[in-house]
Design a protein around this ligand. Structure first.
Ligand code: APR
Ligand code: PHB
Length: 389
């Protein structure tokens, strides 16, 4: 098989890139290790920056997003007692859209079928070859039979645990990492949200988040130790804890219901440099992970794709190499700023093991400062809504 760009991974990064290239007449094939049902069933975050929705709209993939997405003009930080509203629209002139990554993924997969963008599901044993040559190849197995995909570029969109980043020789790359000593226990339930906007709360007992997927479906999280067991968190205990940590106003409006899904995810910051090695370009979680505080993961994947698709289209349509040459530097400039914001909000809003009364007082004082300072709220709002491309 031959193609222009072999894309590894059918998460949001790989799907968006595939659509962007396909729409510009650049041939691409996506190789995905999992089944379609598995990819469509994964529960992920759900806050989209304007940069992300603009990309989806530009590709003509925004019909359901426009119909079902909930426009958000702000969100709140809380200290366990009061809500401190960040009026994103007033401070930045822009809005956010709440739309589950799961739903966006389904839309992109369905449109791939309609438009003839090829996705190979259950592609096993994917391996990359000749990345420092002009004719790389991807080997994989389909239905137990070996195949080779010859291409001009490989796009590594296979997430943190994928093979693409690991194909870069150790001497050619550098990893930056911070693992946080806690995780998020999440619950999805078919109950109306307790508030029309997201609430990120730093309570003495730890962090909590009130989020949503639709007017009838809520998503909540509490910070838990890394060794916490799901069995120790029956629904009622989780709802009780959320009510305490989110504060009285949210608790009074909270509707409880059975969990559709419950899971614990660790928090990590990770950046890999560079994002290009020869004919391999990395995008999304394959190159960087942010903790979910700030909801930047999917949005960074989308901004990587905006830069990378522009670069590859310039290469194939106009024979220009400068944007491919500059891809890593351009993408990383935005990645590092989002990594900083996610780290900042994580530090501000969580209870760290070993932190004492002084550390807690510093967090509360900072939240109090945010409450009183339009400059601070603007800095938070412009990062949360998404820095310009
Ligand atoms: N071969 C083929 N596909 C692979 C391989 C492999 N060896 N390893 C992983 N994959 C696939 C995964 O099954 C997954 O479908 O690559 C895809 C990567 O998708 P994501 O993990 O969703 O990463 P990305 O597309 O970069 O999206 C970033 O999604 O995971 C969230 O928090 C993340 O919101 C962020 C966004
Ligand atoms: C979610 O709705 O799952 C969500 C929202 C905001 C975040 C993280 C997760 O910062």
């Amino acid at each position: 098989m031959n193609t222009a760009v072999a894309i590894i991974g059918a998460g949001p990064a790989g799907l968006l890139l595939g659509h962007a290239l396909h729409a510009a007449g650049v041939e691409a094939v996506i190789l995905e290790r999992q089944t379609r049902a598995h990819v469509e069933g994964r529960i992920r975050a759900g806050v989209l920056e304007r940069t992300t929705t603009d990309l989806v709209e530009r590709l003509g993939l925004g019909d359901r997003l426009r119909r079902e997405g909930m426009i958000e003009t702000g969100f709140s930080l809380a200290d366990g007692q009061r809500l401190i509203r960040i009026d994103v629209e007033a401070l930045t002139g822009r809005q956010l859209t709440v739309y589950g990554q799961t739903e966006l993924t389904k839309d992109l997969i369905e449109a791939a079928g309609v438009r003839g963008l090829e996705i190979v599901w259950e592609a096993a044993d994917v391996a990359l070859h000749g990345l420092d040559s002009e004719a790389p190849e991807v080997s994989f197995a389909r239905d137990g039979r070996p195949e080779r995909l010859r291409c001009a570029f490989v796009a590594g969109c296979d997430g943190y645990h994928g093979v693409s980043r690991r194909a870069v020789p150790a001497a050619a790359g550098r990893e930056y990492e911070r693992a946080y000593p806690f995780g998020w226990l999440g619950i999805l339930a078919d109950v109306p949200p307790c508030h029309h906007e997201l609430i990120y709360s730093n309570h003495e007992r730890g962090f909590a988040l009130a989020s949503m997927r639709s007017p009838t479906r809520s998503r909540y999280y509490v910070q838990v130790p890394l060794d916490e067991k799901l069995e120790d968190w029956p629904d009622e205990r989780l709802w009780d804890e959320l009510a305490v940590r989110l504060g009285p106003e949210a608790a009074a409006a909270m509707t409880r219901g059975p969990a559709l899904e419950k899971s614990i995810a660790p928090l990590r910051s990770f950046v890999f440099e560079p994002m290009r090695f020869g004919r391999l370009c990395l995008a999304g979680d394959a190159a960087h992970i942010v903790p979910p505080t700030g909801a930047k993961g999917l949005n960074l994947a989308a901004s990587d794709v905006a830069y990378l698709s522009e670069a590859l289209i310039a290469w194939f349509r106009r024979g220009e190499g400068a944007l491919v040459e500059g891809y890593s530097e351009r993408a990383l400039a935005r990645v590092w700023k989002a990594a900083r914001f996610s780290w900042y909000l994580t530090n501000l809003m969580h209870r760290f093991p070993g932190a004492g009364a002084f550390d807690r007082a510093m967090q509360v004082a900072e939240l109090d400062y945010v409450a009183g300072s339009a400059a601070m709220r603007t800095a938070i709002a412009e990062n949360y809504v998404g820095l310009p491309l």
